[in-house]
Design a protein. Structure first.
Ligand code: SF4
Length: 570
C-alpha cells in the first residue's frame, strides 16, 4: 500500500502530498511548427507557437478546498508556464521536457502520494497521456489520477491506450478528491465510488456520477500560494484580445458554475452540469476586496459560463465593483439577450470599455437550427449599436464550419457581419469538443476528416455534404482579413487611432502579417505619423515581395499599393 502518512519534525501529520500537473495546451507539433494563422514567440532556438496560459482556476479551487478539509501539502507544475518561460527550447519531444522537469530534485524530493493531471481541453490530450507515462516511471508509488473535461468525456479512449492512470475523475473534482484523500483504502474507494472512473469499471459497464458542491461558498478563496501570479500576467487570455486592458493587473475569477443553455458546440455541462450554482454576494464581495487589498488587482476577468443567469445578482456585483473601484473583462462573453441598455450602462459605469460578444453566426437559421443558441440577429444589432453609443468597443466571436451549416449560411453571415460596426471580429473554426453535441453529430454522420483531438478552433477537421475542411480554413482566414482589415469599421469611420491599436496588436502577435502593416501604415499616414508610416510601409513591402501567400490576398481584395506622399505627411 502507498505511503499516506508522513511525520514531520513538528509532529504535524501530513496525510497526503499532492502534485497537480497541467499539460501544455498545444501539441508538440503545433508548438514547434506554428501554422500560418498562429501567434508566435521567438526564443534563442527559434520561433514557436504562442501559448495562452490563464490562472488554473480549477486546480486553485481544488487545492483550497482540500487544504480546508484535510491535511495536504500541494505543489503545482503548469507546463504552459514552463514552456513560456524557457529562453531556448532544445527538446525533441514534450516527453523529454516532462521527464527533465519532473525528475528534478524539487519534485523527486517532494515524493507525491497523489499526482493529479488537470486536462480541460482536447489539444492537451496527448500531453496528458505522456505526462502520466513519465509520472508512472518516476513516481511508481504515487496514485495517478486525472480530471477535467478530457478525462470526463474521453475515459474510454484514455484507458484504451494508457495503463498509467489509476483512476479518472468524472466532472468537478473537489468532493471526489476529498473523499479519496480521507479514505484508507484508496483502491477500494476508486473502484466503488461512482465519481471515479477505472479501467475495470468501464469493462463492467458501470455508470458514473457527478458529485457537485451545491453551495459554492463551501470552496474557499483560490489557493494562490501554489502559483506565482506574475507568471500568468503576460500569457493570460487578455493578451489575445486586442481591445483588453492587458497592461492592467488582472486576475481570473468565477462567481458561479453551470449553464442552462444547450449550444451544440459546448461541452461545459459535462463537467459543471446544467444547473446553476452560485457564490453568495457576501462571499463575492469579500473575495473582490481581498483581490484588491492583498494582490493589488484592478481588473477582474470573469470566466463564469453564464454570468448573466440572474440579472439582479449581476447588478449587485457591478455595484460592489463600483464601490471597490474595480473594472471587469468578460473573455467568455456575456449572454447577449441580457445586455439591454440598463445593463450596458451599469457595466460602462465600472470602466468596462470593451465587450467580447459571442455572436457565433450571422445567420438566424444557423443560430436557431444548428447551434441551438438563445440569440437572434436583431438582438446582435441592438447590442452593438448600444455599445457604440456608449463608447464600448466590441469584439465579436464567430464560429464557422459546423455540421448542418451551408456555404450559403456562411455567405449570409459574411453579409450580416459587414453591416455591424463592431470593433474587431474573431473568426473561429468549429471544433468538435469531447462532450459536445457537435462531436456526437460528426461521429454519427462520419463528418470527421482529421484528428479532432488536436484541433483547436484554428484547424478544421469537419467536412460535410456542404463543405470541405479546406474550404472552411480558407473562408475563415479570408473573413478575418476582410472584416478586421479591409472593412474595419473604425478605419472606415476615420477613427484611425483606434483602428491602429487593433492593427498594432496583430503585429505584436504575428510580426509577418502584411495586412496589419499595410493598414497600420495607412492609419499612420492619416494620423501624420511619418516615422511609423515608413516603418510599417517598408515591412509590408518586404513581406509582399517575399510571400506569394500575401500577394494572393492583396490581389483577392484588390488593395492599392502604398505610395509615400511627403506633401500629405507634412
Ligand atoms: S456556450 Fe456558453 S451559453 Fe452556450 S451552453 Fe456553453 S456555457 Fe452555456
Amino acid at each position: 500500500m502507498r505511503v499516506n502518512t508522513i511525520s514531520t519534525c513538528t509532529g504535524f501529520v501530513i496525510m497526503e502530498k499532492i502534485l497537480f500537473v497541467i499539460p501544455p495546451y498545444v501539441s508538440f507539433d503545433s508548438f514547434v511548427n506554428p501554422a500560418f494563422n498562429d501567434g508566435t514567440t521567438t526564443k534563442k532556438s527559434g520561433k514557436y507557437r504562442n501559448i495562452v496560459a490563464d490562472f488554473p482556476m480549477g486546480v486553485l479551487s481544488l487545492s483550497a478546498y482540500l487544504k480546508k478539509n484535510a491535511n495536504v501539502e500541494v505543489k503545482l507544475i503548469d507546463f504552459n508556464i514552463v514552456l513560456n518561460k524557457l529562453e531556448s527550447f532544445e527538446y525533441k519531444s514534450f516527453s523529454e521536457l516532462f521527464n527533465d522537469i519532473l525528475s528534478s530534485k524539487k519534485y523527486v524530493e517532494f515524493v507525491p502520494t497523489i499526482i493529479g493531471i488537470s486536462t480541460l481541453f482536447t489539444p492537451a490530450y496527448y500531453n496528458m497521456l505522456d505526462i502520466a507515462k513519465v509520472c508512472k516511471k518516476l513516481f511508481s508509488n504515487s496514485l495517478i489520477v486525472a480530471g477535467g473535461g478530457v478525462p470526463t468525456n474521453m475515459y474510454r479512449e484514455i484507458f484504451k491506450v494508457s495503463k498509467s492512470f489509476d483512476a479518472l475523475c468524472f466532472g468537478e473534482g473537489e468532493k471526489p478528491m476529498l473523499d479519496l484523500i480521507q479514505t484508507k483504502n484508496k483502491y477500494l474507494h476508486i473502484n466503488n465510488n461512482p465519481s471515479w472512473i477505472t479501467y475495470k469499471k468501464i469493462r463492467t459497464k458501470k455508470s458514473f456520477r457527478h458529485n457537485f458542491i451545491i453551495d459554492l461558498d463551501e470552496i474557499p478563496f483560490f489557493d494562490l500560494d501554489i502559483i506565482k501570479i506574475d507568471d500568468y500576467r503576460l500569457t493570460s487570455v487578455l493578451s489575445t484580445f486586442p481591445l483588453a486592458k492587458e497592461r492592467m493587473k488582472g486576475m481570473s475569477f468565477m462567481t458561479s458554475r453551470g449553464c442552462v443553455h444547450r449550444c451544440c458546440f459546448c461541452a461545459s455541462h459535462s463537467v459543471h452540469g446544467r444547473q446553476m450554482r452560485f457564490h453568495s454576494i457576501v462571499r463575492i464581495e469579500n473575495d473582490l476586496r481581498k483581490l484588491k487589498r492583498d494582490y493589488g488587482i484592478k481588473l477582474v476577468v470573469f470566466f463564469d459560463d453564464h454570468f448573466m443567469a440572474n440579472r439582479e445578482r449581476v447588478f449587485k456585483i457591478v455595484n460592489i465593483m463600483k464601490n471597490l473601484q474595480l473594472t471587469a473583462f468578460f473573455p467568455a462573453s456575456l449572454t447577449l439577450y441580457a445586455l439591454d441598455r440598463k445593463m450596458l450602462e451599469a457595466l460602462k459605469s465600472i470602466g468596462l470599455n470593451e465587450l467580447v460578444l459571442s455572436v457565433e453566426s450571422g445567420s438566424d437559421k444557423v443560430l436557431r437550427e444548428v447551434m441551438h443558441k438563445p440569440l437572434n440577429l436583431s438582438i446582435v444589432k441592438r447590442v452593438i449599436k448600444d455599445c457604440q453609443e456608449l463608447g464600448i468597443d466590441t469584439d465579436v466571436a464567430i464560429l464557422i464550419g459546423l455540421p448542418g451549416e451551408t456555404k450559403k449560411d456562411i455567405e449570409d453571415t459574411r453579409s450580416f457581419l459587414k453591416t455591424l460596426n463592431a470593433t474587431w471580429f474573431r473568426i473561429n473554426i468549429a471544433t468538435p469538443l469531447a462532450g459536445s453535441e457537435m462531436l456526437e453529430i460528426c461521429l454519427r454522420k462520419n463528418y470527421l476528416k482529421g484528428d479532432y483531438i488536436s484541433c483547436d478552433f484554428k484547424r478544421p477537421v469537419i467536412g460535410t455534404e456542404d463543405f470541405t475542411p479546406e474550404y472552411i480554413q480558407e473562408k475563415a482566414y479570408a473573413l478575418n482579413l476582410e472584416l478586421n482589415f479591409v472593412e474595419n469599421s473604425d478605419f472606415k469611420l476615420g477613427n484611425y487611432k483606434k483602428a491602429l491599436r487593433g492593427f498594432e496588436n496583430t503585429i505584436r502577435v504575428k510580426n509577418d502579417h502584411a495586412f496589419a502593416y499595410y493598414f497600420a501604415a495607412r492609419c499612420c499616414k492619416s494620423l501624420k505619423q511619418n516615422k511609423k508610416y515608413m516603418e510599417y510601409k517598408n515591412n509590408y513591402k518586404k513581406i509582399i515581395k517575399d510571400s506569394e501567400f500575401w500577394r494572393n490576398y492583396f490581389r483577392q481584395f484588390n488593395l492599392e499599393p502604398l505610395r509615400y506622399d511627403l506633401t500629405y505627411l507634412n
